[in-house]
Design a protein around this ligand. Sequence first.
Ligand SMILES: [Zn+2]
Length: 536
Amino acid sequence: MKHTTLIVFFFGLGILSAQNFTKQDTLRGIITPERAWWDLNHYHLNVKVEPSKKFISGHNVVRYKVLKAEQTLQIDLQPPMEIISVSQDGKKLKFTSEGNAHFIQLKKKQVPGDFNELKITYSGHPREAVRAPWDGGFSWKQDAQGNPFVATSCQGLGASVWWPNKDHMYDEVDSMRISVTVPKDLMDVSNGQLESVEEQDDFTTYHWVVKNPINNYGVNVNIGNYVHFGETYEGEKGNLPLDYYVLPENLEKAKKQFVQTPMMLQAFEHWFGPYPFYEDGFKLVEVPYLGMEHQSSVTYGNQYQNGYLGRDLSGTGWGLQFDFIIIHEAGHEWFANNITYKDIADMWVHEGFTAYSENLYLDYHFGTKAAEEYVIGTRANIQNDRPIIGPYGVNKSGSGDMYYKGANMLHTLRQLVEDDEKWRQILRNINKDFYHQTVTSEQIEQYLSDKTEKDLSAFFDQYLRTTMIPKLEYKLENGSITYRYVDIVEGFDMPIRVWEGDIEKWLFPSAQWKTESINGTQLKIDRNFYIETEQL
Ligand SMILES: [Zn+2]
C-alpha cells in the first residue's frame, strides 16, 4: 500500500484499533484447515468489465496441487460479489458460505501430489473504491474526454473484493493468465505481457500472461483510452522491455517524466540486484488514483510532477528530485512483489524497505549526503503511536510508522554495518535468497542478524515491537563522559558513533551508566542513528 496524506492514514488506523476482531477477520487472516491442504499453482482469471453498468462477470480457473487428502476447500469472494457456480472436471459442486469465505465440497478424491482445477463462475457490482488505493475496490472514473477510466486497487482489503481466489498472502500462484473483456475502443492493461487481443462485435478481450509468482493484491485491471510508448532497458539480466500506457493528453508529459524509470532501474539494480520479473517486463500505467505497486504494471497517478503530488515528504528539498510514485512504487518490485509478507502484520517488510529505497535512489544519483538528509528529514512523519508490527492472524497491519521509522531503522543499521559495500551485498543477497518468496518479519530479522554478524534481536524488538525511541542520556564533566540508554527493551545496547572534535569514536551505551574519558568538552553524536539524546 502506498502513502496517503498522513492525516487520513492515521485516522483510518484509529478506527481499526478500536475494532474487536471477528470470526471473519480470522477466516481471512489465518491459514485455515480448508486452505492449508492445497498449494496454489495457477490462476486463469477471465473477467468482463462493463463500465456503463459498473458490473463485472466471469470466472477464475484455480489450479492447485494437493498436499493432503481433504475434501473441503476455502475460496474467498466478498459480497456483494456472488458465486454463480463452482465445478471440477465439468461437475457442479456444492458449497456453503460464511461471509467472505466459501467452503466447497469436492466430489473427486483429492490425492496428494495431484494437480486439480476448480472453475468458479461469479458476477456482481463490485465494491466501489472509497479512496483508492487505501480504501480500495473499483474506481469507475472518466477521463477529461468522458471516456471510461477504470482501475482496481485492493491491498489490505483483499483481491477477493473483485475476484474469487485464495485470499491469504502466504500462498502465491506460480504464474497467471488475466483475460479482460472491455467495451471496444477501450484497452485493458493488466500484469505481465500482452499475449493477444481478441475482437468481438462490441467488446475486445486482452489476454495478459504473468510468468512469475504474483500476490493477489498485485493483480489489477486498468481500463482506459490508453496510448502506448516504450523503450528497452539494458539491465543486469539482459534486455528488459519498459512499456508505458497513458491517456493521450498526457503523452508528452509522460515522455518527459518517465525518463526516471531507467534511472530508477539503475539505482535499484545497483542496490537490490536484478529487477525480479524480467520475463514479465515493466510497465507504468496511468490510473485515476495516486498509485500502487501492482507487480510489473506499477500504476501511476502522481500528475507528472516530482515529489508526492508535488510535495517533499522530507522537508529537505531532496524529495523534489524524484517522482515519488515512480520511485516508491517501483521499489516495491523488490520489497512487496519479490519478497512478500505472509501476514500483513509484517507489512514493514514492504513499506520499511521501500521507504528506505527512496534514499538509496538519492544516494545513487545525488550522493550519500543527499540520501542522509532525506531519510533523516522523513523522521518528522513518525508518530510512534503504535508498534510497527501489527496483530497476527486477523489481516491487520501495524502503525503507519512502518514507512519512515522502518526506513530510519534500516538507515541506522547501515551505520552499524560500517561498510557500505557489505550492506549493499546484504540487500542484493536478501533479494536472491528470498527470491519470489513469502516471508515473516522474523525470517528477515534473523537473516539480517546472520549476515551482519550481529545479534540484532533487541534492536528489532525495540524499533518494530515498541513505540519507544532509545534515548541516550549523557553528562560531560571534568574530561569525561557519563552515559546510558533509557526507554529501551531489555538487552538493547546499540553502539553510537560520536565525534570528539575531529576524532571519531564509538560509545557502547546500555541501561547501566558508564564513564570514560574524552578529549575536549564538545561531543557530536552522529545524527544518522535514530535515537534521542539528552545532555544532563
Ligand atoms: Zn509503499
